[in-house]
Design a protein around this ligand. Structure first.
Ligand code: FES
Ligand SMILES: [Fe+2]
Length: 354
């Protein structure tokens, strides 16, 4: 037995609100609903946009005398401004009070706003520890939208943590066991560059279409994780020749629940490489939206399989891993940067007998 000791980093139970960019709403939803109210990162927020496309995500309480600004409290949007239901103060999308019904607006009356970013019509806001400003940016450049279908968006709420759900992307062991994927394996080594984590893996899977057909998919998936609220999976399905983008967006609600939003889009399928139940008969412009609906249904069902596990999971700070589990510990090392206020403990353990 060796008498040497080795150092093992222990990642303690993550706090509920890791720093990063988190999904708030789609631009389409903002335009349609005018005013959104929700609990996001443990804070009551409102979100709206003005006629010029400016977006505001702000704490939902008026700096004048504290009224709740969501529509439940009587708040409303007029001419691109949020109007407080209590004394009628108006705030523009920068959060500044710009008018009141009876006096000059106090210069100090400003909403607490969260910095926002729009990626392909998905609106994110920055959550900084102790309110600090963004420490890093989401991936630059809006993904090309020409030739891609509209987004299919759905949200599921359950008890969970964004670190556990994001860990799924490196947890190779569960792909076969929970989702029934075949031949799942890493195609390229996981790589970490500051707040970005990228990985590529491959698998095959059978999918059933309404009991009339079974499709075999041969998939390569490139995942970009930018903090625990943003993952983009770019999927190449080889046997049909289909490209799909899937955003997996985990957003803490109140410290217990999270909202898991899936947003997907499929690229126009000009020449399907193989027969997929009538796909070839459809006009080209209809193929991608239909495949997107089908794939979104499959993704929701995959997530439901995970939700059963995630919602009952107890975090293991010292997981007893086997060789084929994938890169769980490198993933946790990457995550540590999103908890700048918590300490990661390095403990020494006597080496176990070989
Ligand atoms: S509390 Fe909002 S205007 Fe007075
Ligand atoms: Fe999963």
């Amino acid at each position: 037995m060796s008498t040497q000791s080795r150092s093992t980093t222990i990642y303690p139970e993550p706090t509920p609100f890791p720093e990063g960019w988190y999904f708030v709403a789609t631009r389409r939803q903002l335009t349609k609903d005018k005013l959104i109210q929700k609990t996001w990162m443990g804070v009551d927020i409102i979100a709206w946009c003005d006629q010029d496309g400016g977006v505001c995500v702000a704490e939902a309480y008026c700096p004048h005398m504290g009224a709740y600004l969501g529509s439940d409290g009587g708040g409303c949007v007029s001419d691109g401004r949020i109007v407080c239901p209590f004394h009628g103060f108006e705030f523009d999308v920068t959060g500044q009070c710009v008018a009141t019904p009876y006096a000059d607006p106090p210069r100090t009356a400003r909403l607490r706003v969260f910095e926002t970013r729009d990626i392909a019509g998905l609106i994110f806001a920055w959550w900084g520890i102790n309110g600090r400003a963004p420490q890093w940016a989401l991936p630059a450049g809006v993904p090309e939208q020409d030739g891609w279908s509209d987004l299919e968006v759905s949200t599921t709420r359950f008890p969970g943590h964004p670190q556990d759900t994001t860990e799924n992307s490196v947890d190779l062991g569960h792909l076969n066991y929970v989702h029934g994927y075949d031949n799942a394996g890493r195609a390229e080594a996981l790589s970490v560059d500051g707040h970005l984590l990228t990985s590529r893996f491959k698998f095959t899977t059978n999918r059933h279409i309404a009991r009339i057909a079974t499709l075999r998919f041969d998939i390569t998936a490139d995942t970009t994780v930018a903090g625990l609220g943003y993952s983009l999976v770019v999927i190449r399905e080889k046997s049909i020749g289909m490209d799909l983008r899937l955003w997996v967006l985990a957003t803490p609600v109140d410290g217990t629940l999270i909202d898991m939003t899936l947003a997907s889009q499929v690229r126009e399928i000009r020449k399907p490489k193989r027969w997929v139940v009538g796909l070839g008969f459809l006009p080209t412009r209809m193929r991608a939206p239909i495949m997107n609906k089908f794939m979104a249904m499959q993704q929701r069902s995959d997530v439901q399989q995970d939700v059963v596990i995630w919602s009952r999971l107890r975090y293991q700070s010292r997981p007893r891993l086997c060789r084929s589990d994938g890169e769980i510990m490198p993933f946790r090392a990457y995550c540590a940067q999103f908890y700048p206020d918590s300490s990661i403990t390095a403990e020494s353990h006597p080496a176990r007998p070989k």
